[in-house]
Design a protein around this ligand. Structure first.
Ligand code: NI
Length: 175
């Protein structure tokens, strides 16, 4: 497994629609493992392939909270929301591609999601709570959408300006 660099917004690859997977190859399994390692290392609770510059419909997540609970690393290929609740809830969201910025986003409280697992088997699960928010946030990434796209233009521009500055500073550190 290897850590992959995470793209920082703004980046054109974060605004593109990712391509569906037709079959799970060993390369895609390796990609899923790299993404999980990268996510845990960050640390984060979710990561989508476009965030490491791979335009494939793959997300990974683990929203288990607390040290005493067993981790639940999940890799979802071609995830699709098949049902969402009318009830909505608000969470303070963040994103590994938008470091240190958080904002409240309202989404359906519960969703059902269908996907292919790493063995190519179709799975479906009903997600609630943080898992529901996380899976919707990650699927958005596959459609070129970021959580800041739910915010007003002023707030979005403010965050984007901070990220432009951050990228400039990071580039300077490397030089
Ligand atoms: Ni994100």
């Amino acid at each position: 497994m290897s850590l992959r660099p995470i793209l920082i917004h703004p980046d054109p690859r974060l605004k593109k629609v990712a391509d569906p997977v037709s079959e799970i190859t060993p390369e895609l399994e390796k990609l899923a493992d790299d993404m999980l390692e990268t996510m845990y290392d960050a640390p984060g609770i979710g990561l989508a392939a476009p965030q490491i510059g791979v335009m494939t419909r793959l997300i990974v997540m683990d929203c288990v909270k607390g040290e005493d609970e067993a981790p639940r690393p999940m890799a979802l290929f071609n995830p699709e929301v098949t049902w969402s609740s009318d009830e909505r809830s608000t969470y303070e969201e963040g994103c590994l591609s938008i470091p240190d910025q958080f904002a409240e986003v309202e989404r359906p409280s519960e969703v059902k999601v269908a996907w292919l697992d790493r063995h190519g088997k179709l799975q479906e699960e009903h997600f609630t709570g943080l898992w529901a928010t996380c899976v919707q946030h990650e699927i958005d990434h596959l459609n070129g959408k970021l959580f800041i796209d739910y915010l007003g233009p002023m707030k979005r521009q403010m965050i984007t300006r901070k990220m432009v500055k951050l990228k400039r500073d990071l580039a300077r550190e490397k030089a």
